[in-house]
Design a protein around this ligand. Structure first.
Ligand code: FAD
Length: 436
């Protein structure tokens, strides 16, 4: 049997290994977490979610929702596990993180074509067809080897995780259950703030002490996962247009819109844990307790996991990669996941799906495929390989990176519907043409 090696059993690597195995090739999957942890992962389970338990919007009129649907059409193991283990989250798809990872681990480990090696890989294998999906927290030795293979086109920035609190410690008389604009099932616990409460909180947040940044050379934040204190420092109003936006969250007790609202999202199936939405942070732990307990309803909040910040690594894909996720320098070497500059759990898994399919095709002597740009999967691959390499930043799924429709549709919802319809139709045709 032809062989494919996959390094890393995260979101991208698990999907890549599964897809390649389903194509009938023999897969060797390497994962180090049984013997070596990363600064963010807590378990040795595959596809562990290191921060939020939300895979974001589920409707196809949202780009990441469309991406999910495309993945379902390609029998994604990540999507199947997500759908089996969802927890209420309004219009979003959030999951019970433990059961989600457990299902993926079992399906990947038990696949007849996959052999798992529980060990760290310290350099890029020189021979054979290889997918590197070791993620933003790639171990140091491998990161060094990737850096030298890529002739130093690796960049650094920071990511941050939000605190998780115990539901029992929330003052339920002060908070209320509601989804923004009452969309879907009421899923969020909302902590309303008056102007005075907001101002006091804001002042405390911008003056709170942050943990020192040691090992990093340069401070560079990615907009999508900015620490709350950094966002706050941009101006008193910034958070009110971001995570503390009160619109559509009128307090049912008063019928009035609070000045600001902090939202809490269910974090596990049992509903015993909630995370503070958008509160990724680098504040010192004691400071997190002091400042976040100023939020109405959280006065006695029990923080079970504090917010943390970590290094995140991505490479200069426009210079280094093909839209098949093959490297330009060595076509038998693929990269997948966050390190290619796709940003997010679902995006990482989707890139793994494409890399896995393509590595298997190459192993079987078939041509790798480039997904149509009119699909989210294809437009992501196109984006990371065709933008200006000088200013390259990681990218989430979005409609803006897809080719425009032949006729301009003014209404946003109708336009997104048309883009999604075209994507799914083109994907169907593409699957047939390529025998996927
Ligand atoms: P990972 O899921 O990290 O998988 C990489 C795997 O490779 C890991 O299992 C690791 O143990 C293994 N590995 C590493 N080095 C080696 C080696 N040398 N040998 C063998 N195995 C190795 N995205 C979101 O959508 N929402 C969020 O809330 C979010 N929060 C984040 C918070 C943090 C702190 C970080 C760092 C990232 C966050 N991201 C978030 C971004 C991104 O979606 C995740 O990092 C995602 O897990 C990336 O998937 P991946 O497959 O590329 O990497």
């Amino acid at each position: 049997k032809p062989i494919v090696t996959v390094i890393g059993a995260g979101l991208a690597g698990s999907e890549a290994a599964f897809q390649a195995a389903e194509q009938g090739v023999e897969v060797h999957l390497y994962e180090m977490r049984k013997e070596k942890k990363t600064p963010a992962h807590k378990t040795d389970q595959f596809a562990e979610l290191v921060c939020s338990n939300s895979l974001r919007a589920n409707q196809i009129t949202n780009a990441v929702g469309l991406l999910k649907e495309e993945m379902r059409q390609l029998s994604s193991v990540i999507m199947s596990a997500a759908d089996h283990n969802s927890v209420p989250a309004g219009g979003a798809l959030a999951v019970d993180r433990e059961n989600f990872s457990k299902e993926i681990t079992e399906r990947v480990r038990n696949h007849p074509n996959i052999t798992v090696h529980d060990e760290e890989v310290t350099e890029i294998p020189k021979e054979g067809i290889v997918i590197i999906a070791s993620g933003p927290l790639t171990s140091d030795a491998l990161a060094e080897d990737i850096k030298s293979f890529n002739e130093d086109e690796g960049l650094y920035f920071y990511d941050a995780a939000a605190p998780i609190i115990e539901k029992d410690s929330i003052d339920m008389d002060k908070v209320y259950l509601k989804s923004r604009y009452d969309k879907g099932e009421a899923a969020y616990l909302n902590c309303p703030m008056t102007k005075e409460e907001f101002t006091t909180f804001y002042e405390a947040l911008i003056t709170a002490e942050v943990a020192p940044l040691k090992e990093f050379e340069k401070e560079k934040f990615f907009e999508g996962c900015m620490p709350i204190e950094v966002m706050a420092k941009r101006g008193e109003k910034t958070m009110l247009f971001g995570p503390l936006k009160p619109v559509g969250l009128e307090d049912p007790k008063t019928g009035k819109r609070p000045y600001a609202v902090v939202q809490l999202r269910q974090d596990n199936a049992a509903g015993s844990l909630y995370n503070i939405v958008g509160f990724q942070t680098h504040l010192k732990w004691g400071e997190q307790k002091r400042v976040f307990q100023m939020i109405p309803g959280l006065e006695n909040a029990q923080i079970v996991r504090y917010g943390v910040m970590h290094r995140n690594t991505f490479m200069n894909s426009p210079k280094l990669l093909e839209p098949t996720y093959q490297t330009k320098k060595r076509p038998s070497l693929f990269f997948a996941g966050q390190m290619t500059g796709v940003e997010g759990y679902v995006e990482s898994a989707a890139s793994g799906l494409v890399a896995g399919l393509n590595a298997a095709r190459l192993a079987k002597g078939e041509e790798p495929v480039i997904f149509p740009e009119t699909t989210q999967m294809g437009s992501m691959a196109h984006y990371i390989t065709h933008t200006d390499g000088k200013h390259f930043q990681p990218m989430n799924a979005n409609f803006g990176i897809m080719p425009a429709l032949p006729n301009r549709i003014k209404d946003k919802k109708e336009r997104y519907e048309a883009l999604a319809g075209r994507a799914l139709a083109d994907l169907e045709e593409f699957k047939e043409a390529k025998g996927l």
